[in-house]
Ligand binder design. Structure first.
Ligand code: B12
Ligand code: SF4
Length: 442
């Protein structure tokens, strides 16, 4: 019997602005590469990957035709909140052109907003960690059975949308196959700002035990931290470097040094094996030590990104950051001493932010003077605690495409939880960049 064809799709990034987009940065679609790899290794599926982020296509008919050209039985689309409207339009066009295709969606937006995931055209949604749930759904459908018992599933029965209970997370991440990089053109993934040549990404673990009110990590990973072993991470790095010939990679872990010992072990192994890679990490400022900073630098860390968020201690407490201004000062000066480049990010428009607290944030950015600073406007994503606040205030319309598209933190305010106007938030964001650029350039 022929294996069923499954096409995995990343929608286009139709975002109106954003520095990295202007700079021609394209990140790899790691999540669908992991899903494809899992279902083809553990099941009997013929997988294809279509990444519209690497194209300039914006017509839904063109997208649907490209997807259908692969003759899929199942189309699996990943989605972040601002991309969901494009996903719905694409799904409807695919169904219009070929009603026999089954469309399945998943990703952080679907997990955060499951009640409103099944727009017309979309048959199923998967909540949370996707690998095992997707495989079970495909196997169930292939066997001709009804999917009502598949955990993590969103489906319709005669009475409306049903959301099933959750399965436990995968216990041992070391047993998961590496991403299906063979299904894509690796030359597409470039970042002219930080890397020479192509780059890929890796997850050395999943989840973050912290609970910052604005962060969507808890939505999918429910604050449970699971780490891969150093050996297993090194196997994947060696595969990327030696087999795929890619020297640049990004660790997309929420916080790379959640286990400092293991972070040190990974850095030391990269040094010992002389892998000559350039990589980036996201780390909490309170996880740094001089020893870790040196190990990161010596193993090829091109920059470490830290989330500072606010220059006001009370706001830092309110957002559950559990870090102080002193800790940010210590971390940034230690990184500067060691010549490890640091990117700091800040959020403008946090709940309770006033003109004064936003100015404190801007001043703190000048004081820290990181190698690069990013100023984002708060965007409350489905499933976050700030989204719950916005819902209680009656500011959320979970089916509004316009609101979803505006939920990007670049120059739009979709939902304002601060004490200042939308116009002022955007003005402060511009000012923050101007001030920082002027001082940093000196
Ligand atoms: C890399 C990254 C990016 C990359 C690539 C993202 C991509 N998927 O294409 C880029 C730079 C493009 C990006 C952009 C944005 N990002 Co981003 N990003 C990440 C990051 C760091 C890693 C994503 C990842 O690969 N995760 C690893 C995989 C394994 O997890 P996953 O994607 O959730 O996938 C699992 C499940 O969700 C599920 N699943 C996912 N897709 C599908 C599809 C199907 C069919 C099924 C069955 C299951 C399924 O199965 C997967 C495996 O278990 C995460 C943070 C994080 N730690 O996850 C933020 C994160 C995903 N981003 C986030 C945000 C907010 C954004 C932006 C919206 C921000 C902005 N500036 O506007 C933009 C989107 C721009 C746009 N217009 O769409 C939020 C998501 C919130 C939300 N509801 O959308 C996250 C969670 C950060 C956070 N902690 O808040 N991002
Ligand atoms: S912002 Fe960082 S530390 Fe806070 S919950 Fe999200 S990933 Fe964890």
């Amino acid at each position: 019997m022929n294996s069923a064809k499954v096409v995995f799709v990343r929608p286009p990034n139709l975002q109106k602005s954003g520095q990295w987009k202007k700079q021609g940065v394209i990140r790899c679609p790691l999540n669908i590469a992991l899903l494809a790899s899992f279902v083809r290794e553990r099941g009997d599926y013929d997988c294809v990957l279509v990444d519209f982020e690497t194209t300039q296509i914006s017509s839904v008919t063109d997208m649907a035709e490209i997807v259908l050209a692969a003759c899929p039985k199942y189309v699996c689309i990943t989605t972040l909140t601002p991309r969901f409207p494009a996903v719905v339009r694409m799904a409807q066009e695919v169904k219009r052109l070929d009603p026999a295709v089954t469309i399945i969606v998943g990703g952080p937006h679907v997990t955060g907003s499951p009640q409103t995931a099944l727009f017309d055209g979309i048959s199923y949604g998967i909540i949370g960690e996707g690998e095992e749930a997707l495989l079970e759904l495909l196997d169930t459908l292939e066997a001709g059975r009804g999917p009502s018992s598949v955990e993590n599933l969103i489906y319709r029965d005669g009475t409306g949308t049903k959301i099933n209970g959750m399965r436990p997370f995968v216990k041992n991440l070391d047993e998961m196959p590496f991403p299906a990089w063979d299904l894509m053109n690796l030359d597409d993934y470039v970042d002219p700002v930080y890397f020479k040549g192509r780059h890929l990404a890796i997850f050395s673990g999943r989840g973050c035990p912290y609970d910052c009110t604005f962060c969507a990590s808890r939505v999918t990973w429910r604050r449970k931290l699971r780490l891969r072993s150093t050996e297993n991470v090194m196997d994947e790095i060696r595969h990327i470097v030696n087999v795929l010939g890619v020297q640049n990679l990004m660790f997309w872990d929420d916080t790379f040094a959640a286990d400092k010992k293991r972070a040190m072990a990974i850095c030391n192994r990269i040094i010992e094996e002389d892998l000559d890679i350039s990589y980036t990490v996201q780390i909490r400022a309170d996880a740094f030590s001089d020893e870790l900073i040196e190990a990161l630098r010596d193993s090829g860390c091109a920059f470490a990104a830290i989330g500072v968020e606010s220059g006001n201690e009370q706001i830092l407490k309110n957002i559950g950051k559990r870090e102080t201004k002193e800790q940010f000062r210590d971390a940034v000066s230690a990184m500067k001493r060691a010549n490890l480049p640091v990117i700091a990010s800040y959020i403008i428009g946090l709940p309770g932010d006033t003109h004064e607290t936003i100015k404190e944030t801007m001043e703190f950015a000048l004081e820290l003077d990181a190698d690069q600073s990013k100023f984002m406007i708060l965007a409350p994503y489905p499933g976050t605690r700030v989204y719950d606040i916005a819902t209680r205030k009656g500011l959320v319309d979970p089916t509004s495409f316009e609101q979803m598209e505006d939920l990007n933190y670049y120059d739009s305010v979709a939902i304002n939880l601060s004490e200042v106007s939308n116009e002022d938030l955007i003005r402060y964001q511009d000012q923050a960049y101007e001030q920082y650029d002027a001082v940093h350039a000196k």
